[in-house]
Design a protein around this ligand. Structure first.
Ligand SMILES: [Fe+2]
Length: 340
């Protein structure tokens, strides 16, 4: 029985994102009244919001800051031992972080930075918070009832960030935190230039997207995505957002990568939020990453629409852009050649 190794996940799920916004009240009102999240607490650490289907107490921590930015990505370890294991792995990798105390229900967490400068924290202990009486579900498997407000986002889904070296970060999350490397996109004219990679710690096609940032801004994030129950709900969300005064930046459409239905919108501070549904679930432990190019439909599966230049903006600064082997920055890497 020696030499038997077990492969298992280390990170169980994306738990929450800490989002800074210059106008806390306006952003709070967007997430509550338009996206349909529920405010569960306001403390000196910010405003804590949950989607009705989140299994954890909250998925968004809104704080005030001078510019819109995702300051920290919160992950739950797969066990108490996995949390300790991650801390050891980070120390061995020279990425020593620090422990932080409890935060409304979440036990202590270890804060660290991944190679591209992004802030993360990982925890195990979590206490559920009481959902207000009037929001409790009559179903035993739901903490909160489906009582739709606006878009009625069901749960947090994934985060996509921009970094100076996509493959370095993809392989770091694979090798250090046991994510699977699922899919990637390379430039049509330069197949060795990978500018987008998807990694996953779950059955999702990704719960972390990694995109090339053509600038030297470190730690920038492209978007935070929330799941809606049905693909048709992405189209319903477009109606709700437009009528509420929040133009859709791109979509609704379907990504080739992951096969998900999507749209992108900006919350009041300008930070990009994605609404997302559909796609596949993948349990293959020996999955080999699948390669795309824009012309094969990586971002737009139907391959028939232009991509707005605004989609390249990152927060708190920077631009998505692929740098090919000649050192040329391609400023709209997702655009399909010939469609403008
Ligand atoms: Fe996304």
């Amino acid at each position: 029985m020696e030499n038997i190794t077990m492969s298992r996940r280390t990170v169980s799920q994306l738990a929450y994102v800490e989002l800074a916004t210059p106008d806390l009240q306006k952003s709070r009102d967007f997430f509550v009244n338009v996206l349909g999240l529920t405010e569960i607490a306001q403390t000196g650490d910010g405003i804590f919001l949950r989607a009705w289907g989140d299994f954890l107490p909250y998925s968004l921590q809104l704080v005030e800051g001078p510019v819109p930015e995702a300051r920290r990505i919160g992950w739950r370890a797969d066990s108490a031992e996995d949390l300790e294991h991650v801390v050891e792995v980070l120390k061995a990798d020279g990425r020593e972080g620090e422990w932080t105390g409890e935060n409304i229900g979440r036990g202590r967490a270890y804060q660290f930075r991944s190679p591209g400068g992004h802030g993360h924290e990982i925890f195990w202990d979590i206490k559920q918070l009481a959902v207000p009486e009037e929001l409790r579900s009559t179903y035993p498997n739901r903490r909160q009832k489906f009582s739709p407000v606006g878009v009625a986002a069901r749960t947090i889904d994934h985060v996509t960030f921009g970094t100076d070296d996509v493959l370095r970060d993809v392989l770091w999350f694979r090798d250090k935190l046991n994510f699977r490397y699922m899919e990637y996109t390379a430039l049509d004219e330069s197949p060795e230039t990978v500018f987008f990679g998807m990694v996953s710690s779950t059955e999702q096609a990704h719960n972390l997207g990694i995109m090339q940032n053509a600038t030297d801004v470190r730690g920038a994030v492209h978007h935070v995505a929330y799941w809606v129950d049905q693909e048709i709900d992405v189209y319903r969300a477009a109606d709700v957002l437009i009528e509420a005064g929040f133009p859709v930046e791109f979509g609704p459409g379907k990504h080739g990568m992951g096969e998900n239905t999507f749209l992108y919108v900006r919350e009041p501070s300008g930070f990009r939020i994605e609404l997302f549904s559909g796609g596949y679930r993948n349990y293959m432990p020996d999955w080999e990453p699948v390669g795309w190019t824009p012309s094969r439909g990586s971002l737009d599966a139907f391959r028939n629409r232009s991509v707005p230049d605004s989609i390249n903006e990152l927060f708190p600064g920077g631009r998505a852009g692929a740098i090919d082997h000649n050192g040329t920055a391609e400023q709209s890497p997702f655009a399909i050649p010939g469609i403008s």
